[in-house]
Design a protein around this ligand. Structure first.
Ligand SMILES: [Mg+2]
Length: 403
């Protein structure tokens, strides 16, 4: 079993993955595409810009990664991908582990979510290449089982449709489609009283057999989430997500103690330090770092092991396309022992099908990986190009020749 050195902890770390021996890669080219915002499926929310990276090796393998991005900084993340890729391209041979160590050195302990998103995308593509080279589904390289049924939930997110009636209607739609769990964001543009009303309305509409997750989207103080919890009465949720910001660890721990509800946090955090502090404070039951923003799949797997020691679960956040990043999320969930439900953005699915064969199938309550090598995702580059407003290419063989 390969030993990893935890870059954030003093103790050595040996996760479960068994890595293939011949995974050193020579990088030849990096391409990025940013898709234009688009109307979501089912007439619900808008699909945000998504950022994809395609890594080509000197032997001609072409594989994919994806970075978590937020409005106004997509181009900055793409620039980091190319700069980080150029510096990694100067290495004689790159493996996911060597790249991760390289990214840690480049970050020089000045991590940010945008840098972590860029390194996540590149490392994801390197893993995709490893799986393709091995001829195996990626999760099996980590000791996982690609035939595992992976529980999922549908995130009910919209930029505009926040009223109780809209949430109730959308939740009912998703349950009718087969989802066994849905998440709502009742604090958007609402008071605590109105938010509690949204929760009770949705709970009444979907019944008690469907899991209802409540995301409070990082309130500024604990009084508001405590008030919501009191007002929702018997409509208690499956989990309470970010009742306060993920950096307010002691406040998260207080809400957890007072309400007794399972607390979820982590979507805005990268690296492992914050999560170590969350675990030390007993502040959460489930961690949800973004699969394309935490820093890399190795970080996600390592975090899973740390969390599992305290019986804490992992539910990867995936506010990304339902193609490359979603496949990576499902491979991680198929490999770790403490996977909670994986996050699905239902309105993003149709958009992804315009340019990708996703490598997994959804039946609402579960996702199933296809068993294809690597991530299992196939991208129609021409279709992706037609949906994108930005494409940038870096030829690394020229970079190497110049050094
Ligand atoms: Mg959230």
């Amino acid at each position: 079993m390969q030993q990893f050195t935890d870059t954030c902890f003093s103790a050595p770390f040996s996760p479960t993955p068994t890595l293939p021996g011949s995974i050193d890669l020579s990088l030849a080219q990096i391409d990025t595409w940013m898709t234009s915002p688009a109307k979501g499926g089912d007439g619900w929310g808008e699909v945000k810009t998504c950022l994809f990276v395609c890594v080509t090796t000197s032997e001609g393998l072409v594989e994919w990664g994806e970075a978590f991005v937020l409005p106004c900084r997509e181009k900055a993340v793409a620039e980091i991908i190319h700069a980080l890729g150029r510096s990694a391209g100067e290495m004689q041979a790159v493996s996911p582990q060597a790249f991760r160590n390289h990214a840690v050195r480049v970050a020089a302990k000045h991590r940010s979510l945008d840098f972590a998103a860029a390194s996540s995308a590149l490392e994801m593509a390197l893993w995709d290449i490893c799986g393709k080279r091995a001829g195996k589904p990626l999760c099996t390289l980590w000791g996982g089982d690609h035939s595992r049924a992976i529980p999922v939930y549908g995130n009910i997110w919209s930029d505009t449709q926040w009223d109780a009636g809209s949430l109730e209607r959308r939740a009912t739609e998703l349950v009718a489609q087969g989802y066994g769990a849905v998440k709502i964001h009742p604090m958007l543009n609402h008071s605590a009283q109105e938010a509690a009303h949204c929760v009770t309305r949705v709970r009444a509409a979907i019944g008690d057999d469907i899991h209802l997750m409540v995301d409070l989207d990082s309130q500024d103080d604990i009084a508001t989430p405590l008030q919501v919890e009191r007002l929702i009465g018997s409509a208690r949720p499956y989990w309470f997500e970010e009742p306060v910001d993920g950096e307010e660890i002691q406040s998260l721990a207080r809400v957890r103690r007072i309400t007794g509800l399972p607390i979820v946090t982590g979507e805005k955090q990268s690296g492992l330090t914050n999560f170590r502090n969350v675990l030390a404070a007993d502040a959460a039951d489930i961690l949800n770092p973004d699969i394309a923003g935490v820093g890399g799949l190795l970080d996600m797997i390592q975090l899973s092991e740390l969390a599992d020691r305290q019986d804490v679960k992992i539910s990867p956040h995936c506010w990304n396309s339902m193609t490359v990043a979603a496949a990576a999320m499902l491979h991680v969930c198929a490999a770790i022992p403490n996977a909670e439900m994986a996050e699905i953005y239902p309105e993003y699915i149709a958009h992804g099908e315009l340019f990708a064969t996703t490598g997994f199938q959804l039946n609402g309550a579960h996702a199933y990986l296809s068993g294809k090598p690597g991530l299992g995702v196939e991208i129609d580059t021409s279709a992706l190009e037609s949906l994108s407003h930005h494409h940038h290419s870096t030829c690394l063989t020229i970079v190497k020749a110049a050094t």
